[in-house]
Design a protein around this ligand. Sequence first.
Ligand code: NAD
Length: 296
Amino acid sequence: MARVGFIGLGNMGGGMATNLAKAGHDVRAFDLSEEALARAERNGCLRAASAAEAVAEAEAVVTMLPAGKHVREVYQGSILGTAPTTAILMDCSTIDVDTAREVIATAQSQGYAMVDAPVSGGIAAAESGTLTFMVGGTKEAFGRAEPYLDIMGKAVIHAGGAGAGQAAKICNNMLLGASMVATCETFVLAQKLGLDPQTFFDISSQASGQCWSMTSYCPVPGVGPTTPADRDYEGGFAAALMLKDMLLAMEAARSVNSYTPMGSLAQELYGRFNDLGGAGKDFSAIIKMIDDSWKA
Ligand code: NAD
């Protein structure tokens, strides 16, 4: 079993670090939050006094941080030059493609192997070890990261070179965000045209309009499988995080001059929904902004 340095024990990282510890790894964990650190300790991790201490003798390092600036700061300030160069470095945060590539290039120039490995799946998947990892990096780095990611996920997919994991993640979430808005406005229109929502679900989920946002994550309470809509849009994937991912997708689109009219409009709508106070609700609650009559 290996010594793993784990930095960022929040909603996602807490469950992920616990699963590595449960699998028998010696997890030395650090977070700026005392509460997060205490929870990780209760769940079998060893408390480190700093990020540098967590990685000092590590064979593997995992980071699960809020955004690109935190990742750059933690790698440049505490990991690179402190962790042994034999350690495999895995950043599982969702960040912009450019920062991911920059941090990996810096790590490689100092002799480390590193991957970007963002995840699909929320807090429940982090706790149950059923995340999907999209991994960017060399084949060799992927091969070294895979056994650790396997413990925390149900699927680990090599997306390509450095930054490809982040590219896959934001492209997927741009599609998810836009398809959710389309699903919401469609159900509102169907209802206004006199259709029963369950009947429309039964038809469209077996017709050419079907998509994951409808069949697996229906934004209408009481329709289709149980989803956050059935819990007043609590839990699930927060609208604030969807907005973050949509903004990352727009930034990436601009950087390669790619035309994304649907993504751009969806980003604007999630921005408006966040401004109206929806940030903490599941992203499917945007249906409430489209038609207030859907209150659960
Ligand atoms: P979170 O805010 O709950 O956790 C982030 C943790 O990082 C916090 O505990 C914070 O104290 C810690 N942190 C910040 N700066 C630090 C530093 N310099 N040193 C040590 N610790 C530091 O966020 P989260 O929901 O766990 O999300 C983490 C990442 O996963 C984000 O990039 C997010 O976009 C992504 N993500 C989240 C979800 C989700 O459903 N929550 C799903 C997929 C991906």
